[in-house]
Ligand binder design. Structure first.
Ligand code: DGJ
Length: 728
């Protein structure tokens, strides 16, 4: 095979080439190899650990090269899975794409390879992109198609990515769930046939399955060793990830879910698919997670490297019973515990129809004067008085049939023409038609009006408590009703782009009746996500474990709630609840009035301790040590700085029997040569810390031998938060 690498890419400039054949797309630890020759099909050859130019011949000689089309299309000689299928205006349903040119270029954040292909007969252009994000091990891929003819083309299949994978003892890890139990981890061996992860909610796409997966090459994936490919689709709408597994071949396709969503591409129109992001790890699932976390903090979260405030959210404390005095008291009590931000949740708005429950007022984003006679100004005054920041809840994509918005703009509601309207929460909740630019302006205005009047608002929780119920838009023409699932999210993205352009520092949390919108389509506009409405710390260990596979701790909102959990009814020690919440973005969701004085004292110490470890948890590298899914009675994880001079270790006793086996836990991510002083951060009695407190132990012992948890986690729901600091 003739090889020529685009040297300009390596030199960091822009280059264009029409003769080069092998194109290597590399990150510090991974590489992807494509061959492209003008007039021929572009071929996917390799994706794995990093290779250099000198290794390329070895990829071919060792029989590793896939040699399959990098973007197979439907119509000619097509007995297998295809990434794209279209119908031209004359009814011809075939495509025949060949390479026209390849360009490689770079900017501050990435090196991008663009393969431009054209149909040999029809006026149809497709560009396939591979983008290597600098300073991370993530490469993303997507396509853009352009109808350069005079008549419309209908797109029936339009995957973002099509990836061949070596067939072996492949296991897949993915994250599934339901309300209150989102992001639960599932691991299975892939057998011949098809495995599909998909979503059809229309609005919130991660309550059931998350659009992400890990795929091991040689047996069940392990945390710190073995070859694992990780992929996530950056899209907030309906999606489809398909593993097509055969005896001899295996490919993955990922993209929007095309079912009921064929797209009519007008003359000169372009259609861009969402990014599919991937990494390849030779250090197991842990390597995949750390690569995604770094990428997210650097590129895919708003202000991904800025430490997050510790907040109290009012929801589980007062639910809809919001009023000036109650909010003021919560702010005062939380500020006294060391809290930094207070968020008033649902229940504050609706003047004609006060929001006293889930059945009215969405859309009427004016303060309910009965509850809050001093308005938001009064709340901001309280916040100032108690030296705390102030945030607010909104659900701007929605209306209730009992609302002024619904009365004034019935045409802004998603509904199937001529049929009764389906309703959701409170039997009155309906969805606004975000395909309509007027509605987009309105939704932008919800944030803009609040911020214009009250620029001191520091935080907004953006909720969505409905699926897309009725399929129908009075804005879209009748031949484009099938665009709803796609155009809704494009409309939403447009709104969010405007918000970000005008309010880059406003902290936004994405929430959807819990953790139903945890995806990299929306996260670039948000600072964090609400992980689940289930705040039970025991169940959170499982959910947070799942979500940590692709999403970083800095974005994972984790709140300490009431003694008796409102979702499960379980009573857990306050220390356990804090130790779980401190492994993410710590917050509280509790009525401080109901807390005992000693609990407030404990909370104050835990909050102060979290402030100390916050940079390690929120910006450090995650190492998952003992999985709650392995039924060992304990779960444990830790974060370490890249310099390995500081770390935070968490362990939880999650089942309890007399004389049960409690394993030693080996730490990870430390430096074997360094020595670390251990500090117990959340001892219930400060004069009775755990036995490890104050000990200095080498990284070698901590990582190779570990620590004996049986001596530390003795009682039911005992737990630990330990800080490790290098002793110089
Ligand atoms: C659902 C969210 O997940 C909760 O945290 C809360 O904000 C409610 N909505 C409010 O209605």
């Amino acid at each position: 095979m003739k090889k020529k690498i685009c040297l300009m890419l390596l030199l960091g400039g822009l280059c264009s080439s029409s003769v080069a054949k092998d194109y290597l797309v590399s990150t510090p630890n991974t590489s992807l190899l494509i061959t492209a020759v003008p007039g021929e099909k572009s071929k996917f050859q390799y994706y794995g650990s990093r290779i250099e130019e000198r290794d390329i011949q070895g990829v071919y000689d060792s029989g590793q090269a896939f040699g399959v089309e990098s973007y197979p299309v439907f119509g000619l000689n097509t007995p297998g899975e295809r990434a794209m299928a279209v119908a031209h205006a004359d009814g011809n349903m075939s495509l025949d794409l060949v390479v026209e040119e390849v360009r490689q270029y770079e900017d501050a954040g990435a090196q991008t390879t663009e393969i431009r292909m054209k149909d040999l007969v029809y006026p149809f252009i497709l560009k396939q992109y591979f983008k290597a994000y600098k300073g991370t091990d993530v490469i993303s891929t997507w396509v853009e198609v352009e109808n350069v003819g005079k008549k419309p083309v209908t797109l029936y299949r339009f995957a973002s990515a099509f990836l061949p994978v070596p067939r072996g003892d492949n296991w897949m890890t993915h994250f599934h769930g339901y309300w209150g139990a989102e992001h639960m981890m599932d691991e299975e061996k892939l057998t011949n046939g098809q495995k599909v992860i998909s979503n059809k909610d229309g609005l919130a796409n991660t309550e059931t399955d998350n659009p992400s997966f890990m795929l091991s090459m040689d047996g069940k994936a392990q945390e710190e060793y073995g070859h694992v490919l990780g992929g996530a689709l950056a899209w907030s709408g309906t999606y489809l990830i398909k593993m097509d597994v055969r005896n001899t071949t295996f490919n993955i396709s990922a993209g929007m879910n095309e079912e009921t969503s064929h797209y009519i591409l007008e003359s000169k129109e372009r259609f861009v698919t969402p990014e599919f992001a991937m990494t390849y790890s030779t250090t197991g699932k842990g390597g995949v997670s750390r690569a995604f976390h770094r990428w997210a903090r650097q590129y895919k979260l708003n202000q991904g490297n800025v430490l997050r405030d510790i907040l109290l959210n009012s929801w589980e404390g007062v639910y809809f019973k919001v009023n000036q005095k109650g909010m003021d008291e919560m702010m005062e009590a939380f500020s006294a515990m060391g809290g930094e931000l207070f968020v008033m949740d649902d229940g504050w708005f609706g003047d004609k129809y006060p929001r006293d429950g889930g059945n009215s007022s969405l859309g009427d984003w004016t303060v309910c004067k009965k509850k809050l006679p001093e308005g938001i100004e009064g709340l901001l005054r309280s916040a100032k008085k108690h030296a705390i920041k102030f945030g607010i809840w909104i659900e701007p994509e929605m209306a209730n049939t009992k609302s002024e918005l619904f009365e004034n703009h019935p045409d802004w509601i998603m509904r199937a023409k001529g049929r009764p309207l389906s309703t959701g929460r409170g039997k009155t909740q309906v969805v606004l038609d975000l395909t309509n630019p007027e509605v987009q302006d309105f939704v932008f205005g919800v944030v803009d009006n609040l911020m214009t009047k009250h620029p001191e608002i520091a935080y907004m929780k953006w909720d969505d408590n409905s699926s897309l119920l009725d399929y129908g838009s009075s804005y879209l023409p009748k031949n484009k009703q099938s665009h709803i699932y796609i155009n809704y999210h494009r409309g939403l993205n447009k709104v969010l782009e405007r918000i970000r352009a005008k309010y880059p520092e406003l902290v936004l949390q994405v929430c959807a009746g819990g953790g139903a919108r945890v995806n990299y389509g929306l996260l670039p506009y948000f600072n964090e996500f609400w992980t689940s409405d289930d705040t039970d710390a025991l169940q959170r260990i499982y959910m947070q474990w799942g979500v940590s596979n692709f999403y970083p701790a800095i974005a994972m909102a984790s709140h300490v709630s009431a003694d008796k959990n409102h979702q499960t009814g379980r009573i857990l020690p306050l220390k356990f609840r804090f130790d779980v919440a401190m492994s993410g973005r710590l917050g509280m969701e509790i009525q401080p009035k109901d807390m005992k004085e000693e609990d407030k004292e404990f909370a104050k110490r835990a909050i102060a301790a979290y402030k100390g470890i916050r940079p390690v948890v929120q910006l450090g590298d995650l190492y998952r040590l003992v999985s709650p899914y392995d039924n060992k009675g304990v779960a444990s994880l830790m974060y370490a700085t890249p310099e390995k001079d500081r770390a935070v270790f968490f362990a939880y006793k999650i089942s309890h029997f007399i004389n049960m086996i409690v394993p030693n836990v080996r730490m990870s991510g430390l430096d074997a040569q360094k020595r670390y002083r251990i500090k117990d951060l959340t001892a219930v009695k400060t004069n009775e810390p755990c036995a490890l407190h104050g000990k200095v132990i080498s990284g070698k012992i901590l990582m190779e031998e570990g620590i004996a948890l049986k001596n530390l986690l003795k009682s039911e729901y005992s737990s630990l938060t330990l800080e490790l600091e290098e002793v110089k």
